[in-house]
Design a binder for this molecule. Structure first.
Ligand code: ADP
Ligand code: MG
Length: 660
């Protein structure tokens, strides 16, 4: 049978630190309450009623003494277990209702069920059911601000009931209500008592207290009387005091992860709601993140775009080619006059398995004469493959071919700017015309586009491309080469090809009397330099992100202070500390993540704007940098949101609720 009381307090004290010592608010309280009782605790204002109530509801802990629920000592319980107790066994009704203004009636009522892990359909159905029973079926979607005091208090009663609490704790439930509404609330409480619930009402109003079966009077923290009032009561205490008491764990709700996902979902909705309530503030906070992310993404894209542009220019020159020059390395001033590199070298190099082609080149200066025009010209002796290797664009005529090289043909290809200079004023086709180069007549067979890569575009000198054999035999009479351009097979690493060529030629010559110029090396140097530069600028931009993060932290701290009452209510209805932490963390991450996404959009917009100005290169956004920006903003949200969120979750629920 009823071996132990539902609630038992033994020699319970509550002290508060004050000045140098303590003030004792509750003093040696001894009290037992059985299941199914309806108890009123009366006393003047400041006598300690609410303090007692908070201890009974596990919102506060006694300083000394024992508090047992169904025989179980509560001082052994940790904060999550206390939250579970509040969630499943206690229903709180406050004088000032403590409803959350952003939520509808149903939304407020279902909060405890969210924390208890009830699924959405279930809890909304139950919430609507209870509200309907309390006469609010037509007000389900009203916000607290749209309801009268009495209606709000009924919503808060519904909230106390949704988890099927055994014990209803009502602290001055009628204190803020007019007589009629107060009467309604008391009637509801009496009905609940009739259903078998244990009701504890705190009041300073003796008329309210008179409705209970038992009246406990408290004065200055001491119980001065404890009277049976069953004369008015519906039934005797003993009749109903034979339940099983409170079980510490009730099996209900969803499986762990579903419940977690559901709580996460609700916290997300809550965070979105709270962000949109403070639209401007949220936007200004986000601005820091937006600017930070936008500048990081832009800087990285600018760096990448410009380096890609430079690399493109280099690769136009052929990245899988090696240039071999005579002379001991690049510093050899005599390289022009060194005559060790020969056509035979080129032929032998071309036989190496990893080499596609080895084209010799000679270079000499000469005068060029056409009609009475005469100018200095650079004669480049190349092979027929030269134009292919460089991807030269033919405007008119043709390139010379292999046969021309074999035949030492007197054919020349010129570029567009040479044509314009030498044939200025000439009407008709230039192809087939004969130009005198150092007394040798040469026929123009093709015109190619001028080299616009910037290296010699402004050079006034005329350029003639002839078979290198022609220059060797007919113009200079020497067989040494100016350079050999080696094209390496695509799948051969350039380092390997370079080592191979160096070894091969060194062996042929008996010493290393040549230098190798590798476009790949230059490309690497440029890549490294631009990467280092981007990193530097990006790290400066990153500082602005950190500043943005501090802004987020600041506003979150303000938000915690503003919503302290909400935090108290959530804890009172059973939110775990982790639930509160999660809610504020989600809010911070959301601010940063949305800010990050807007920042990326701004950066993309900047790239678009950049293109409109016909700049030489475009911003190159890499998916990796965009993903990194999003990850970065989430990390900022988590790291800068953590402190405020932890502050919120560590708050003392009683202290939160006091600020009314
Ligand atoms: P009641 O609800 O009966 O009006 P309370 O329980 O709220 O009274 O308060 C009882 C006494 O405890 C009051 O004198 C009040 O000043 C004091 N008190 C309540 N909370 C605190 C606190 N956190 N720190 C110090 N004193 C407190
Ligand atoms: Mg009070």
């Amino acid at each position: 049978m009823n071996t132990q009381p539902l609630i038992s307090l033994e020699h319970l004290y509550r002290h508060y630190p004050s000045g140098d010592g303590f003030t004792t608010v509750l003093e040696d309280i001894n009290l037992t309450i059985s299941k199914g009782e309806m108890v009123a605790i009366v006393g003047a204002s400041g006598s300690g009623k609410s303090t007692l109530m908070n201890i009974l509801g596990c919102l506060d802990r006694p300083s000394e003494g024992k508090y047992r629920i169904s025989g179980r000592e509560t001082s052994d319980l940790d904060s999550d277990e206390l939250a579970q107790l509040r969630r499943e066994h206690f229903g709180f009704i406050f004088q000032r209702y403590h409803l959350l203004n952003e939520l509808s009636a149903v939304g407020n009522v279902e909060i405890p069920a969210i924390y208890a892990g009830q699924n959405r359909e279930n809890r909304q159905e139950i919430a609507s059911g209870i509200l309907g029973r309390l006469g609010l079926s037509d007000k389900l979607n009203y916000r607290p601000g749209q309801l009268s005091g009495g209606q709000q208090q009924r919503v808060s009663i519904a909230r106390a009931l949704i988890n099927d609490a055994d014990i209803i704790l009502a602290d001055e439930p009628t204190g803020a209500l007019d007589k009629h509404s107060g009467e309604e609330v008391l009637k509801i409480l009496e009905e609940l008592h009739g259903d078998g619930k244990t009701i504890i009402i705190v009041t300073h109003d003796h008329n309210v207290a008179a409705r209970a079966e038992r009246i406990i009077e408290i004065s200055d923290g001491v119980i001065i009387s404890d009277k049976d009032n069953t004369a008015v009561g519906v039934s005797s205490v003993q009749d109903r005091a034979n339940g099983s008491g409170v079980q510490m764990i009730k099996q209900r709700g969803m499986a762990g992860w579903r419940s977690f996902a559901d709580r996460f979902n609700e916290a997300l909705l809550m965070a979105l709601r709270s962000l949109s309530t403070h639209g401007l503030r949220t936007f200004l906070t986000m601005l820091g993140i937006i600017i930070g992310i936008a500048s990081v993404v832009c800087v990285v894209a600018l760096g990448k775009g410009s380096s890609e542009h430079i690399l493109k220019q280099i690769s136009d020159l052929g990245t899988n080619t090696l240039e071999i020059y005579p002379g001991r390395g690049a510093g050899d001033l005599d390289s022009g006059r060194v005559t060790t590199l020969t056509t035979a070298d080129a032929h032998e190099l071309a036989k190496l398995p990893y080499i596609v082609a080895a084209t010799p080149a000679v270079l000499t200066m000469s005068t060029a004469r056409f009609g009475h025009m005469e100018a200095n010209a650079t004669l480049m002796g190349v092979s027929d493959q030269y134009f292919l290797t460089l991807g030269s664009k033919l405007l008119e005529g043709r390139f010379f071919d292999e046969q021309s090289v074999l035949d030492n043909a007197l054919d020349a290809v010129i570029d567009e700017s040479t044509r314009k200079t030498l044939f200025a004023g000439w009407q008709g086709s230039v192809i087939g015309q004969v130009v005198i180069l150092k007394n040798v007549p040469v026929r123009i067979i093709g015109i190619i586009e001028s080299d616009r890569r910037g290296f010699d575009a402004s050079e006034q000198r005329l350029s003639f491309y002839l078979p290198y054999t022609t220059i060797q035999t007919r113009i200079t009479g020497t067989y040494s080469l100016r350079s050999i351009t080696v094209r390496v097979q695509d799948d051969t690493p350039m380092e390997m090809a370079e080592t191979g060529v160096t070894a091969f030629l060194s062996q042929r010559h008996g010493e290393k009397d040549f230098g190798i110029y590798n476009a790949d090396q230059i490309r690497k140097t440029i890549t490294k330099t631009t990467q280092a530069l981007s990193l530097l600028v990006a790290s400066i931009a990153f500082i602005s992100l950190v500043v943005g993060g501090i802004g987020v932290m600041n506003i979150m701290l303000v938000s915690v202070t503003e919503r302290i009452n909400e935090i108290g209510v959530r804890m009172a209805v059973g939110a775990r500390r982790s639930d509160i932490l999660q809610q504020f963390l989600i809010e911070a991450v959301l601010v940063c993540l949305i800010g990050g996404m807007v920042g990326i959009a701004v950066a993309l917009g900047f790239g678009w704007l950049f293109r409109q100005f016909n700049t030489p290169f475009e911003l190159a956004y890499s998916p990796a940098s965009i993903i990194a920006a999003l990850v970065c903003s989430s990390v900022i949200g988590i790291s800068f949101g953590f402190l405020p969120a932890r502050k919120a979750s560590n708050l003392d629920p009683v202290a939160c609720l006091v600020r009314d």
